[in-house]
Ligand binder design. Structure first.
Ligand SMILES: CC(C)(COP(=O)(O)OP(=O)(O)OC[C@H]1O[C@@H](n2cnc3c(N)ncnc32)[C@H](O)[C@@H]1OP(=O)(O)O)[C@@H](O)C(=O)NCCC(=O)NCCS
Length: 396
């Protein structure tokens, strides 16, 4: 049985949704397809068609994003999504051929990075992806979460309606992305889609309520005594504290749950009892696949001055080679070199270390990164650290 790859067209959306729905257990309605047209660019998708009947048996594509490296200039990234192969056609190389087609297209267009959220942890390492950010489930026992007496009350939070959110919040989100390593940008149509707030987006909770601050935003739903925070971003610590204060004041709410804050959110340190905030689950968040090593390593800033030669191993040939990275807190450059390598790592390890979420020391202990001299490893490790835990803030 032969299978051929094609670029999708707008007419293919129903067949794509059928394939996706069969894999992920989703019934897409006509309304869903209309909504999805807001955010899916068909020409960013490849379809695998069965050579016999011509039906769609595989789908993969991407959303256009930018992602913020530590301290640096946002990097253009394709966010790979909607990946599925029909159960009748699995394990015969269809995913591999679709990933090859997508990656060569991205590299050909000069896109330095691909990112994704993985359904299973065992799939994407072989395609060069490494875990760049973590995702955490946090649960707050509201009655126990008492702010310390010396914590200020900056105020400045009010409720907003959807129209005001549409007008004002995207700009706040862009400012947040600039200060948050690992943050994924949201194009305007992403907001359009999120703010449709259809019943299936609510998962049994209320519609989305909006808390607005000049420098921050919280979107939440109420669900039988639980406040589910679906979005939380603050450009300043003052805005963050003001938003937390309002959430913690919600009488009748027993528990606040969220995946929308990074593990290093300072809230625990503001409370009289840090145990009121519990991390109930930790998983991989965004996986990153470097396609252009100099572009990614020069876009970020380094915590301390570093001058190092990296040997990157990439069996697919996009990011591999030897590169000299020179950088510090004010800027960086990275270019191919013939000089001897100080450090060797594989391309998934590069994706993990590039955003500061995984330490070079940890990768070295796992044998995924090697260094001739311990002091070079120590310097690289210190240089790659970010001032905040990298965190994406957008699930796709
Ligand atoms: C995951 C999925 C897309 C794989 O498609 P496929 O066409 O069967 O994959 P391929 O035959 O191209 O496999 C390519 C490689 O990945 C491996 N692989 C595929 N699925 C895997 C899985 N779920 N776990 C671990 N390895 C997997 C294969 O063994 C093969 O390995 P190798 O070539 O290195 O020996 C398919 O099983 C699927 O649709 N699953 C349900 C939806 C899903 O989880 N999609 C991913 C969303 S992020």
């Amino acid at each position: 049985m032969t299978v051929a790859l094609h670029r999708a067209t707008a007419d293919d959306l129903p067949a794509m949704a059928t394939t996706d729905g069969r894999a992920f257990g989703i019934d897409y309605s006509e309304q869903d397809l209309t909504d999805l047209r807001l955010i899916l660019d068909p020409d960013r998708f490849v379809l695998a068609r069965d050579g016999g009947g011509g039906e769609v048996v595989g789908v993969a594509g991407s959303f256009p994003f930018e992602i913020t490296p530590p301290g640096g200039v946002p990097i253009t990234a394709e966010g790979v999504t909607w990946v599925s192969v029909a159960a009748t056609h699995r394990r015969r190389g269809i995913l591999r051929s679709m990933m090859g087609e997508l990656h060569s297209g991205y590299a050909g267009a000069g896109t330095p990075l691909a990112v994704l959220a993985a359904s299973e942890g065992g799939i994407y390492g072989r395609f060069g992806y490494g875990v760049a950010t973590a995702s955490r489930d946090v649960e707050i026992d509201r009655a126990r979460a008492v702010l310390r007496a010396d914590v200020p009350d900056p105020a400045g939070v009010r409720f907003a309606d959807t129209e005001e959110v549409r007008e004002r919040v995207p700009a706040i989100h862009r400012r947040w992305c600039a200060v948050q390593p690992g943050a994924l940008s949201r194009p305007p149509r992403w907001w359009e889609f999120a703010l449709l707030d259809r019943p299936h987006q609510r998962r049994g909770g209320t519609s989305r309520f909006h808390l607005l601050h000049a420098d921050g935003y919280v979107g939440y739903r109420l669900d039988s005594g639980v406040c589910r925070v679906v979005d939380f971003f603050a450009v300043t610590e003052e805005a963050r504290l003001a938003l937390w204060r309002v959430l913690l004041r919600m009488d009748l709410v027993r528990t606040i749950t969220t995946e929308a804050v990074a593990d290093d959110d300072p809230l625990r340190w503001l409370l009289t009892d840090a145990r009121a905030v519990r991390t109930t689950g930790v998983a991989d968040g965004v996986w990153a696949r470097v396609l252009d090593t100099p572009a990614v390593l020069a876009a970020r800033r380094y915590a301390v001055e570093v001058d190092v030669v990296l040997q990157v191993d990439d069996p697919d040939g996009y990011a591999g080679g030897r590169f000299r990275v020179r950088g510090g807190p004010d800027g960086a450059e990275c270019a191919p070199t013939e000089a001897a390598a100080d450090l060797c790592l594989d391309v998934p390890a590069l994706g993990a270390v590039a955003f500061g979420g995984t330490r070079a020391h940890t990768l070295a202990r796992a044998g995924r990164l090697s260094a001739d001299a311990p002091e070079v490893l120590g310097r690289f490790d210190a240089a790659c650290a970010a001032d905040r835990e990298p965190y994406a803030g957008t699930h796709f």
